[in-house]
Write a protein that binds this ligand. Structure first.
Ligand code: GLC
Length: 533
């Protein structure tokens, strides 16, 4: 199983394969100006926390580009600048230089599916049918009776088409009407967007998280989507309303998307050692895996989102891991994520009991880890305030609650202003960096221990993954192996204590007990343990 070839492969593993990526929602991380909104300089000032307290390997910044903020930055009105709310390009350069100086990579968001309707490209495109940028967006005539060109629906509710009176056509918007879809079938648009990638790589950016990567190319004939088969598995785990009535085969993921990602990859490969990870909510694993490219020549990784909704019990988690491991093309590397800026906080999805065991699971599975800011504190879901436009259009999907400001101190510590853009989350008093650092048994100290143990272990960073027989139906057991090193993990979904049969030094236990397991170790209810075998 282990041979020289294998060992060489592991030594060669890329930074993004070994590393832990930490997602920052810039609006909510740290406010250096006192206006209640986070900014780039605030993030830069928190470098010691990220490098010394946590020890993560890369940050991913959600959009900080100029934007009318209709979708809080995912409506970009200039792809190559910084919104004054978040700072300046000089602030960005300073941030990159400081992070690079301590070996932390910087990944930025790339939003290719749509721009803001305030982007100069769209303003030009909408100015006349003859404008040279008309074709940079998706325009179409209405039906003879004036109805929309087809039956496509917006993910954020309602039709995906908006009538534009002055030029007498509809334009496509997969999201808000203020987020018109770009037309990637136009080669000038493609070239302009590829230059955006070069612009940021020239500034030192190490990679891109690609927004709704699978939506970018549509059916050129704009055919009607067929009705959904109500028994087919959904790619969504939120209540999507009317959107769920159609099977969106023509409005996303046209096969031409693959040559596009090959060309995009070639642009990224003009630079050394860069990384792309695409947002791809795709349940069908074969289709999901197609985004690596037939020759691993498309995205470095499509996000594997299954643990956002399926980390409920041993069998589900087992199936998720086995599924990804089995479908992964040769040479590709898995990835996992348990929270992001679009999903309710972990405690809301799985219960507070799950916070610790899921931390262990995330940081010990084989694959790139993406952590969401605040999850390392066990931050709870905040209240819905009616700011997230998706939540305004549709019940039960608001993302306000997972975007509350980072909790630095018992008083907040996010901003000097009492009025923050979203109020601080619940349980601020106990769940904040200052308080948790002082408490040896805190969630933060569990994450710190896990991050440190992972970094110091070849088995945990790059080792093989094998399931291990578990005597208890509620405990998932697996091992990670690299050369002589073997680490055994037990993750319990039981609500009482369970003894597992293991021997070795305890590297991490969810209750932060140290010790040695001599044939048996008792995992606390909902807990987990990591043992050097
Ligand atoms: C992605 C982003 C989400 C955004 C949407 C539209 O799903 O993660 O936050 O609203 O795309 O850009």
């Amino acid at each position: 199983m282990w041979n020289r070839y294998h060992a060489a492969m592991e030594a060669d593993r890329k930074w993004w394969e070994r590393g832990v990526v930490y997602q920052i929602y810039p609006r909510s991380f740290s406010d250096s100006t006192g206006n209640g909104i986070g900014d780039l300089e605030g993030i830069r000032q928190k470098l010691p926390y990220l490098s010394d307290v946590l020890g993560i390997d890369a940050i991913w910044l959600s959009p900080f580009y100029p934007s009318p903020q209709k979708d809080f930055g995912y409506d970009v009105s200039d792809y190559v600048d910084v919104d004054p709310e978040y700072g300046t390009l000089e602030d960005f350069d300073r941030l990159v230089a400081d992070f690079h100086a301590v070996g932390i990579r910087v990944i930025v968001d790339f939003v290719p599916n749509h721009s803001s309707d305030q982007h100069p490209w769209f303003i030009e495109s909408a100015s006349s049918r003859a404008n040279e940028k008309r074709d940079w967006y998706v325009w179409a005539d209405g039906k003879p009776d004036g109805a929309e060109p087809n039956n496509w629906l917006s993910l954020f509710g309602g039709k995906a088409w908006e009538w534009h009176g002055p030029t007498g056509q509809y334009y496509l918007h997969t999201f808000l009407k203020e987020q018109p879809d770009l037309n990637w079938r136009n080669s000038e648009l493609e070239a302009a967007m590829f230059d955006v990638l070069r612009f940021w790589m020239d500034r030192g950016v190490d990679g891109f998280r690609i927004d709704v990567a699978h939506y970018v190319v549509k059916d050129p004939e704009l055919r009607d989507n067929p009705l959904a088969d109500p028994d087919a598995p959904s790619d969504h785990f939120k209540p999507m309303g009317e959107f769920e009535t159609l099977n969106h085969i023509y409005s996303k993921a046209h096969p031409d998307i693959h040559p596009l990602y090959q060309r995009l990859r070639a642009v990224v490969d003009e630079y050394d050692d860069r990384y792309t990870i695409g947002e791809a909510h795709i349940t069908d694993l074969e289709e999901w895996a197609s985004y690596f490219g037939a020759n691993l020549d498309e995205l470095h990784q499509p996000f594997h989102f299954a643990l956002l909704s399926k980390a409920t019990d041993r069998e589900s988690v087992r199936a998720v891991v086995a599924g990804q491991e089995a479908i992964l093309p040769d040479g590709a590397w898995p990835n996992y994520v348990i929270g992001n800026h679009d999903e309710p906080r972990v405690a809301k999805r799985y219960g507070e009991d799950s916070i610790r065991r899921l931390a262990v699971l995330l940081l010990t599975l084989r694959g790139t880890v993406t952590m969401y800011y605040g999850d390392e504190l066990g931050m709870l879901e905040g209240v819905e305030l009616g700011l997230d436009p998706w939540g305004v259009n549709l019940e039960g999907v608001s993302r306000d609650g997972c975007r509350t400001p980072m909790q630095w101190t018992p008083d907040g510590g996010f901003s000097t202003s009492a009025e923050t853009w979203l109020p601080m989350g619940p349980d601020l008093k106990n769940r904040n960096v200052e308080t948790e650092l002082a408490d040896p048994g805190s969630v933060l100290n569990l994450y710190r221990r896990l991050l440190a143990v992972r970094k110091s272990s070849e088995a945990l960073t790059v080792g093989d993954y094998h399931e291990v027989e578990s005597a208890n139906d509620d405990v998932l057991m697996y091992e990670r192996v690299a050369g002589e090193e073997r680490v055994i993990v037990g993750v319990s979904f039981a609500d009482s204590s369970v003894a597992v049969a293991v021997t070795g030094e305890v590297l991490v236990s969810t209750d932060l007990r140290d010790g040695h397991a001599d044939g048996s170790w008792t995992i606390e209810p909902h807990g987990a343990v990591v043992i050097r075998g």
